[in-house]
Design a binder for this molecule. Structure first.
Ligand SMILES: [Fe+2]
Ligand SMILES: [Fe+2]
Length: 299
C-alpha cells in the first residue's frame, strides 16, 4: 500500500522541525547553522523541538549565542530541553549546586515543559542527571507522572509526543552506547499513555524506528515511533554520521507518522536523504487490545 493511501479522509497534520545537539562552542559550525536556517525557512511547521546539548560547555556566552540563534527560526512554539552538555562538567561546585541556572536564565525557565498546539501535546523531559549520571542521563518516576498529567486532558485524537535528550533506543550501530538507565520503564509507561512519538538526541547519529524493536513489552501490536536526531550544527557527528549534520522533520496525521531525515552537504545545504512511514495507532479510532497474559506469552 502506498503511504498516501493510508491517509484518505485525513485531518490536518501536525508538523514538527526536530533539531538537536547544536553544541555552541568550539565544535559549532556556523556555515552549517546558516544552512539549517535556510532549510527551516523553506519548510512549514507548527513547532520546533530542540532536544538538548545547545552548548558544548554550559558557558553563559554559549547559551546566549544558542538562544539568539533559535530566535532566528520561524516564530512557532518551541520546546527546548537541556542535554548533558548544558550542565557544567568541570565546575563541580556549580554542577552540584545550580547545574541548570544558565540554561534557565538564558533559554527556558522550565526544565520539564509542556506545550500544546492545535492537535498535539508535546512533553519535554529533562533527562540530565548532573549529580549522578552526567553522561548516561535519567528519567525519574515523578517525570513519568508529570507526562501522565500533561496528557490527562489531551483529547483522544490528539498527537502525544515526548522529547528528552538521552536515548531510549540503543545506538543504531551498537557502537559503545547503551540505552539510558530505566529507559524500558519509561517506554512501558509511554505505551500506556498512548504516546505516538518520542524525540531525542545525544548519540550524534540518527535513529528512526519503533520501540517494539527493543522493548516488545506487553502491547505487541502497538509500539512508539522513535526519532533520534544527530547533531544539527556541530562537528561531533559519530558512527555513520561522523562529520555529518542532520535534522528530522515529522509529520503526524490521523493514521500515519512520517519522519523525513535531512543531511547537510557542503554543495547543496540540507537535503532529504530518507523518508520513513509508520502507521499510527490512534486510540480514538482503534482501541488498544488487552494486555498479553505474561505467563501465556512466555509459552
Ligand atoms: Fe551532544
Ligand atoms: Fe548529549
Amino acid at each position: 500500500m502506498r503511504p498516501e493511501s493510508i491517509d484518505q479522509g485525513e485531518n490536518v497534520p501536525v508538523r514538527l522541525l526536530h533539531i538537536s545537539d547544536l553544541h555552541f562552542g568550539a565544535p559549532f559550525v556556523p556555515e552549517v547553522a546558516e544552512a539549517l536556517l535556510v532549510a527551516a525557512k523553506q519548510l512549514s511547521f507548527d513547532a520546533i523541538v530542540v532536544s538538548g546539548d545547545l552548548t558544548q560547555r554550559a558557558r553563559r556566552n554559549q547559551f546566549i549565542a544558542a538562544q539568539e540563534y533559535l530566535e532566528r527560526f520561524p516564530e512557532v512554539p518551541r520546546l527546548v530541553i537541556p542535554g548533558n552538555h548544558d550542565v557544567p562538567l568541570y565546575n563541580v561546585a556549580r554542577r552540584l549546586t545550580a547545574p541548570h541556572r544558565l540554561f534557565q536564565t538564558h533559554v527556558s525557565p522550565d526544565l520539564n515543559a509542556v506545550i500544546k498546539i492545535p492537535g498535539a501535546t508535546l512533553v519535554g523531559l529533562d533527562s540530565t542527571a548532573p549529580r549522578s549520571a552526567i553522561s548516561n542521563g535519567r528519567i525519574h518516576a515523578w517525570q513519568l507522572d508529570f507526562a501522565a498529567e500533561a496528557f490527562a486532558d489531551t483529547p483522544a485524537d490528539w498527537v502525544r509526543i515526548v522529547a528528552a535528550h538521552h536515548h531510549f533506543a540503543p545506538a543504531p550501530d551498537y557502537l559503545h552506547d547503551s540505552t539510558m538507565p530505566k529507559s524500558k520503564r519509561a517506554i512501558m509507561r509511554f505505551v500506556d499513555l498512548e504516546v505516538d512519538l518520542i524525540l531525542g538526541g545525544h548519540l550524534h547519529r540518527s535513529y528512526i524506528g519503533n520501540s517494539l524493536d527493543f522493548y516488545p513489552g506487553s502491547h505487541r501490536e502497538r509500539g512508539i515511533v522513535i526519532a533520534q536526531c544527530g547533531t544539527s550544527t556541530s562537528r561531533r557527528g559519530r558512527g555513520r554520521e561522523q562529520q555529518k549534520n542532520t535534522f528530522n522533520f515529522a509529520t503526524v496525521c490521523k493514521k500515519r507518522i512520517e519522519i523525513t531525515h535531512y543531511m547537510y552537504f557542503a554543495e547543496h545545504g540540507f537535503i532529504e536523504t530518507s523518508s520513513h512511514q509508520f502507521y499510527r495507532h490512534a486510540s480514538a479510532q482503534q482501541p488498544l487490545l488487552p494486555r498479553l497474559d505474561k505467563n501465556r506469552a512466555r509459552g
